[in-house]
Design a protein around this ligand. Sequence first.
Ligand code: AMP
Length: 285
Amino acid sequence: MTRLNIAIQKSGRMHDDCMVLLRDCGLRIETVSDQLKTSAGGFPLDILYLRNGDIPEYLQDGVADIAILGENTVIEKGSRVTGLLPLGFSKCRLSIAVPQKSGYEDLRFFEGKRIATSYPRTLAKYLRDKGVTAEIHQISGSVEIAPHIGLADGICDLVSSGNTLFQNKLEEKEVILHSQAWVYANNELDADKKALVDQLLFRIKATLEARKNKYILLNAPKASLDKIISILPGIKSPTILPLAIEGWCSVHSVIPEKEFWEVIDALKQAGAEGILVIPIEKMVS
Ligand code: AMP
């Protein structure tokens, strides 16, 4: 029987989010530390735990069929792989930053100067496109300290909350790219593996969709029903059920997580009572 394998980070920022996602997709995965490969229950899938920087090459060479990777890594490595689905986590940006009060006005600041980064390829292309000639100093970690020890005039690094820049008295000046985790695939999967990938993507999409929404139940006086229905941004029309009390009904719908508080406030003002909000486990449209 055909089996698929997926490469994920062995450790690091994305590891936990990947494990939660795969488990939410119904895969039974044992946590065994120091293991390179495990087999999942509930789906014909093996999981390869690899170093982040090694995954693009294994994927391109077909050692892994699919992988969860940050876009930033795939772009930096110039990997020939196929992006299948953005996952909405591990969001960050690759930015250029300089020490506070360095008199930076635009990128020409770096003409003839030095930038420290772990992303030399992406940075070189950016500078080339902008017509700026600067020296790129490649370092593999703690990029943010480079300006303070006289190693560089600025840095190019991943920024998420911006705390690291702030703590190191650096200011973000240029955003080179925005990145998040994606499912990527090897470019030459056979038909059987592609069919398995489609099944897995179906599960992932249903899981991600469910995370973005909440199920809502409320009681409403029939007189306010039109108003309440107009407030609900549901997937189709809400379900309306009569209550035992005359003149009242129960309204069921699905609302997007990001509109949650605004919708709840508006519903209360429109006369809704006994509002229940329930997480959705899977959502298949
Ligand atoms: P922050 O302080 O939240 O802006 O995070 C910045 C630090 O975390 C830098 O050292 C980055 O290299 C690293 N970082 C931020 N986001 C990511 C990411 N998505 N993947 C890997 N490293 C990241």
